[in-house]
Write a protein that binds this ligand. Structure first.
Ligand code: MN
Length: 192
């Protein structure tokens, strides 16, 4: 399907175990954050919308501190079954490195999500294992020489928010929400 053309063009499925992907018609609402130990560690934040996983790379990862803005660079749509992928992308392939399912669950948009996505403002509730409550994704003005859209991921103010003095969720809960493994255990294919 054309919507996954960018995803497929970057990958050689004879060499990587990532899914070649399919889209679906079902109106699901899955949500996943994949911790990706590539050339730079980052967190891939993905929301199911319109049969694919809309995707943003969050360099610093999500913060539970209300109002703390985390840059989320929009990346190519991923297939729905990518949300179940945990493993290692081989050296020399696009995104080479270890991928962990750091969090997953469902998301509930406030209002029409396709409209919000098009307008660059998504307000939603997350029901994951680690991230819960109100969140915002807001598109910001294009930055020079960047062709990818920049968005900000921000925690809403509610009972799930934390102050700056409280533990950082990234350090408090670093391991896989799917298998409990660490990045190293996934890289070595042990611990599950
Ligand atoms: Mn990534």
């Amino acid at each position: 399907m054309a919507r996954l053309a960018a995803y497929r063009a970057k990958r050689d499925f004879t060499k990587t175990s990532e899914p070649s992907g399919r889209t679906a018609r079902r109106g699901g609402s899955s949500y996943v954050v994949q911790k990706h130990d590539a050339s730079h560690l980052h967190y891939d934040f993905r929301l199911e919308l319109d049969g694919v996983l809309k995707s943003w790379a969050v360099t610093k990862g999500p913060s539970l501190v209300t109002g703390e803005k985390r840059l989320a660079v929009h990346t190519e749509d991923h297939p729905l079954d990518y949300g179940d992928f945990e493993g290692t992308i081989p050296e020399g392939q696009y995104g080479a490195g270890t991928v962990m399912i750091w969090d997953r669950g469902i998301w509930e948009p406030e209002g029409d999500p396709e409209d919000g996505y098009a307008k660059g403002r998504l307000n939603f509730t997350l029901k994951g294992k680690k991230l819960r409550g109100a969140w915002h994704l807001i598109r910001i003005a294009p930055r020079p020489h960047r062709h990818q859209e920049s968005w900000l991921l921000i925690k809403g103010d509610d009972a799930y928010a934390r102050s700056e003095d409280e533990p950082d969720i990234l350090e408090e809960a670093p391991d896989s929400a799917k298998t409990g493994r660490s990045l190293q255990e996934i890289a070595e294919e042990t611990g599950s």
